[in-house]
Design a protein around this ligand. Structure first.
Ligand SMILES: NC(=O)c1ccc[n+]([C@@H]2O[C@H](COP(=O)([O-])OP(=O)(O)OC[C@H]3O[C@@H](n4cnc5c(N)ncnc54)[C@H](OP(=O)(O)O)[C@@H]3O)[C@@H](O)[C@H]2O)c1
Length: 337
């Protein structure tokens, strides 16, 4: 039986996670039951959501139990199987954990994927993984962009935000992105085709509002929110009547107590709508989203940046880069040689 290294949660983080919150354990993989298969994870996704799953509070998934491996999306190859539907050698992706080997079950959250359908197998963790699907359904189903409208994207240089900006542009919208620092502002303009880009670092809410209004002279019709806090508040002061605020995430609050939105009254003033993105509501439409996203990538219309680090021992440093902004694209770890 192969040895399985597992990145386990041993203490709930208080604020920013520290090494003492985790342990890298090693144990033999369990014997398979009928209908199960063993996935050798090649890549594991590192996501802001993992921080939320470490807290002991109700959410859309149960908290990661102490002693359990840190939950993660993974992609890999089946190396043992007691399921005819999941044969040895096939590739599969799904919600597993940061570990060398995951046990999958027929009807579970791991599905077969076609390595030849995508430019890189890692795309199953980025553009056709949870981040790409959140961008697709959040923008198109909740935001409902119309040509000529203005879309404000926060966390715009991140994995979700960079895709949202490009899809909004394809739909004929003016795109305004907010990100941290001058280098990211340049990436928004040059790599992701934003019409305007704003550096939020060191700015007050009032300064941000002024910059958003300059960049969006006709007001904001859709605010795609990845960050929360001051950035969400600033955007709300620039929304148009009937604006749609797509609440995808609140990364600025994941390592602290929730701060909340202070300018929520603007929803009343503008008759605007704020709606969260939860992917489970769109599972029946994944068959529509995946070919569309892959098609845009293959046609050169959608640029996908991935930031791949090596080694299961580097989970925490990789995760921390999400919170200090030092990731350039979808963060993931390669854990197989
Ligand atoms: N609802 C869903 O289904 C779903 C799916 C995937 C992701 N999400 C959410 O979408 C958001 C973006 O995820 P992602 O995967 O695109 O992220 P990402 O690629 O990991 O990028 C995270 C970026 O967030 C920015 N950031 C971090 N802390 C910040 C803070 N305190 N204030 C302002 N910006 C901060 C940083 O960029 P800067 O350098 O610009 O600060 C960082 O590079 C997260 O909130 C995540 O939870 C939701």
């Amino acid at each position: 039986m192969p040895l399985n290294r597992r990145f386990t949660l041993v203490r709930r983080p208080s604020g920013v996670p520290v090494p003492e919150d985790f342990l890298l354990t090693e144990e033999p993989t369990a014997a398979l039951e009928p209908g199960q298969f063993l996935l050798r994870n090649h890549y594991v996704s590192i996501d802001p959501a993992q921080r939320g799953w470490m807290d002991d509070r109700p959410s859309y998934l149960p908290p990661i139990a102490l002693g359990a491996s840190v939950r993660a999306s993974t992609v890999g190859q089946i190396v043992e199987s007691r399921s005819a539907a999941f044969p040895v050698g096939a590739w599969a992706a799904g919600l597993n954990a940061v570990e060398d080997y995951s046990v999958g079950t027929e009807g579970g959250y791991t599905n077969l994927v076609d390595p030849d359908a995508v430019p890189s197998i890692t795309n199953y963790l980025s553009v056709v993984g949870p981040t790409g699907l959140a961008a697709y359904f959040g923008l198109l189903s909740i935001g409902q962009p119309r040509a000529g409208e203005t879309v404000l994207v926060t966390g715009a240089a991140g994995s979700v935000g960079s895709l949202v900006g490009q899809i909004a542009k394809m739909k004929g919208c003016r795109t305004v992105g907010i990100a941290g620092g001058p280098a990211k502002v340049q990436r928004l303009l040059n790599d992701y085709g934003f019409d305007a880009a704003i550096n939020y670092r060191g700015k007050s809410v009032e300064e941000l509002v002024a910059e958003i209004r300059r960049a969006a002279p006709n007001g904001v019709d859709i605010q795609f929110e990845n960050v929360g806090g001051d950035i969400l508040d600033a955007g709300l002061l620039a929304i148009n009547p009937k604006a749609r605020i797509v609440l995808c995430g609140l990364i600025s609050e994941y390592n602290s107590e929730p701060r909340g939105a202070r300018n929520i009254w603007e929803l009343v003033v503008q008759g605007a709508r704020m709606e969260g993105v939860i992917l489970t509501h769109y599972f029946d439409r994944i068959g529509e989203a995946v070919p569309a996203l892959i098609g845009w990538v293959r046609d050169g219309k959608l640029r996908v940046d991935e930031h791949v680090e090596d080694g299961i021992e580097n989970v925490l440093p990789a995760m921390l880069r999400l919170f200090d902004g030092n990731n350039e694209g979808k963060m993931m770890l390669r854990i197989v040689d």
